[in-house]
Design a protein around this ligand. Structure first.
Ligand code: ADP
Ligand code: MG
Length: 696
């Protein structure tokens, strides 16, 4: 048995079969083969897989593991695992712990219960998992977890990892071509880097248990505004309460053990809202780590008598939760390609990558928006708190001035009154703290990375990263095709950057994204404003988007169509559950409760003659409650009826829900919330917002 780690460096990654462990435990030949597989994308032969498996098993058993599982990310957006034990009987009632290269490399979970969007015919329900040697195995709950991709019998991607890996390869290939043009002969791979900041709510388990809506839907379907909300902003960066501090400490330790570099913790704007940010890493690992983090957040909360809510909008009228996807490109030697440099050539290269990014986001803004289209996120995007539904890019004053001077061929005044010549001049310095304070922008340049802020807190980060990698690959390919043939490289480069920035300047917006004026302006600029999931999801399968992904081998046409189908099904299922839960709570909890209260009031009124006391309050309240009760009953009935009419085909169902059910639910909620305000607290059947949000 390994001794329990005590210091942070010992603790960190102690449950990860990482590079250092591999170097110590594998033969030099196997270690080298694994390393080559990572850097050059070569495949591993079975004898090496056998050795790695054996060494992984030994290490895992020493750390208390008894089982192994292929850990994968089906299109549900959460992770899945199927555990097998290492145990193998050897006769005489004895066992040995075994794990072969074959078991490491390939698994065959019963896949029939995972969504496939029609990709997998029911007669061929098998799915396969295949080891992703670029993401380290780790131990969780006594199981060795092996990160894997998940695909169908015929090799179609059924998960979120396989297309992410494909997109990382593709953007690398194209970015390396560009680097060669700038004289870089060394770089073999360019790797997208991602840091996913994760917001979440933490509430007391007792209150949670008493709310059917929280248990069934992860959000409250009812709840009048509490007397105190986030108006005082006393929560943001406020002192962390001891109970939450204890939770955060344990969460950090759990995350460190599995190699997640959790770094910051602070309170968010809303009461009970917090954030965890890891230090960025390659997009694949970052995506795995974010999934792990979401899982551990929930688990650790449970041990503290708390519940971690990852829903985008657990409470109406209170800030929702998002996930900021910080994205950049780095060479294999660690050079950040989105960082302005100090020489004219470095800066020309930076501006070319910047131009590619701007063009990519402009051309595929609808797809980017569609990757975050999700029932939970509909409560945030465009609701004056999260970024608006319009995709735009914020550059900050300095970089924006640079872009304008390039477009207009005018003098760049701040930096000594000169015209900026790409490839000849150096850029003025761009102060980082100046670039990241516009919190209203969905896509902000923050000094050396872009921060995409539209993702919902519960979503997998892979969707937008697949999109960003692929749209970047597309533009870089186009640029490389042109520039590789250029006779006058600097001249053509300058012209290309200028042309690109000019044609796509409309996507740049540095003002306040929450203002109505921006929505009007955006419309004038021809930017898309897809305000709901029902509006945004069809973009998934727009021809130009299918073309983009098929051209780069990220998705086949059927893979992308399957994904769109799954997203629509998910929307329909989520809202159907919400609608049914609402009806159930109204009929079985709210109506009986308000009826009891009305009865209590009426008894008082009935007895008034005997006591001779005035009953103004009772009379007025009883009337109000009776009126609201009747209306709520009707609203619940209408909702119930409409729920029975949801069409079976997903696109139709989604549109129907958007047009009909959302309105029904909003009507019912308003009435119920008015009743909550009118009803004595002891009669109300479940904890209210002030109980849930101010429990500390
Ligand atoms: P914020 O002001 O949003 O808190 P931070 O500088 O703390 O900004 O970074 C937020 C996240 O961005 C962290 O997860 C961090 O690791 C990540 N990050 C920093 N630099 C990069 C980069 N070059 N590429 C990708 N992510 C990055
Ligand atoms: Mg941020």
């Amino acid at each position: 048995m390994i001794t329990t780690p005590t210091t942070m460096p010992e603790l960190f990654g102690s449950l990860v079969f990482n590079e250092e462990t591999m170097q110590q435990r594998l033969s030099p030949a196997s270690y080298a083969a694994w390393k080559k597989c990572i850097t050059d994308g070569t495949s591993l032969d079975i004898s090496i897989a056998n050795e790695i498996a054996e060494s992984m098993k030994q290490w895992a058993v020493e750390h208390g593991a008894t089982h192994f599982t292929h850990w994968f990310q089906p299109m549900t957006g959460v992770t899945a695992e199927k555990h097998d034990s290492f145990v193998s009987p050897i006769g005489g009632g004895k066992i040995v712990m075994e794990f072969s290269g074959k078991e490491l490399v390939r698994g065959e979970p019963d896949a029939s219960s995972f969504p496939s969007g029609g990709l997998r015919a029911t007669f061929e329900a098998r799915g396969y998992t295949a080891w992703d040697p670029t993401s380290f195995a780790f131990i969780k709950d006594g199981s060795l977890c092996i990160p894997t991709i998940f695909c169908s019998y015929s090799g179609e991607a059924l998960d979120k990892k396989m297309p992410l890996l494909r997109s990382m390869d593709e953007v690398s290939r194209q970015a390396v071509r560009i680097l060669r043009l700038f004289g870089d002969t060394e770089t073999k791979r360019v790797i997208p880097q991602v840091g996913a900041e994760q917001e979440y709510f933490l509430i007391d388990k007792e209150g949670y248990k008493q709310r059917e809506d929280l248990r069934m839907c992860g959000r409250t379907l009812f709840g009048a505004k509490p007397p105190k909300g986030q108006e005082l902003e006393d929560h943001y960066f406020g002192a962390i309460r001891p109970r939450v501090a204890a939770y955060m400490q344990e969460l950090d330790e759990e995350l460190w053990k599995v190699g997640v570099l959790s770094k910051t913790k602070h309170n968010e704007v809303a009461p009970c809202q917090h954030e965890m940010a890891p230090i960025y890493t390659d997009a694949n690992t970052a995506c795995d780590h974010n999934q792990l983090a979401m899982e551990l957040m929930k688990k650790v909360a449970d041990r503290h008598g708390l519940v971690c809510l990852l829903h985008e909008k657990p409470f109406a009228g209170v800030n929702g939760s998002g996930k900021h996807d910080n994205w950049s490109l780095s060479t294999d030697s660690g050079k950040n390609l989105l960082k302005p440099g100090s020489t004219p050539s470095q800066n020309a290269q930076f501006l070319l990558f910047l131009a590619a990014f701007i063009k990519g986001v402009d051309e595929y803004q609808d797809f980017l928006r569609a990757t975050v289209a999700f029932a939970g996120n509909d409560h945030r995007l465009g609701a004056q708190e999260a970024p608006p539904a319009v995709v735009s890019i914020f550059l900050g004053d300095e970089l924006n001035a640079v872009v304008e001077s390039i477009i207009n061929g005018t003098k760049y005044t701040d930096a000594g009154k000169r015209t900026l010549e790409v490839g000849v001049d150096v850029l003025p310095s761009i102060r980082q703290d100046n670039t990241d304070r516009n919190r209203t922008s969905p896509m902000a340049f923050t000094g050396n990375k872009f921060e995409f802020r539209m993702l919902g807190s519960s979503q997998s980060v892979s969707g937008p990263n697949i999109a960003l990698n692929t749209m970047m690959a597309e533009q870089l390919e186009e640029f490389a095709d042109q520039l590789e043939k250029a006779k006058d490289f600097t001249g053509e480069l300058q012209a290309l950057i200028r042309k690109t920035l000019t044609e796509h300047q409309r996507i740049i917006f540095n003002g306040n994204g929450y203002e109505d004026a921006w929505i009007k302006e955006a419309e004038k600029r021809g930017l898309s404003n897809l305000t709901s999931t029902a509006d945004a999801l069809p973009a998934y399968t727009a021809k130009k988007n299918i073309d983009l992904f098929t051209r780069h081998g990220i998705y086949t046409k059927s893979e992308i169509e399957a994904r769109a189908e799954i997203h629509m099904e998910n929307y329909v299922t989520t809202l159907t559950i919400e609608g049914n839960t609402m009806v159930d709570m109204i009929q079985h909890q709210i109506l009986p409760a308000v009826s009891n209260y009305a009865d209590h009031l009426c008894q008082r009124i009935y007895h008034k003659d005997a006591s001779g006391v005035s009953c103004k309050f009772e009379t007025v309240t009883a009337k109000k409650i009776a009126d609201l009760t009747d209306k709520l009953m009707d609203a619940a009935e209408k909702l119930e009826q409409d729920l029975s009419k949801v069409p079976s085909e997903s696109r139709k169902a989604m549109d129907y829900i958007h047009k009909t059910l959302l309105g029904d639910m909003s009507t019912a909620r308003k009435l119920a919330d008015q009743l909550e305000t009118a009803t004595a607290k002891e009669y109300w059947p479940f904890p209210v917002y002030s109980d849930l949000l101010f429990y500390m």
